[in-house]
Design a protein. Sequence first.
Length: 54
Amino acid sequence: MEIYKATAHFPKEELYGLTSQMRRSGFSVPLNIVEGHVSTSKREFFEHCQPLLG
């Protein structure tokens, strides 16, 4: 929700650029963590989290 609040004040020309990317990442990062958490092994969980860690 905080990402949506922060991006609400971005310029309208950024709606399909930076704003969209930030909102999508704000949604997909927690989903990746949840998906990894319900995996059958710790290795799978860490594989799902690896892109988040860089």
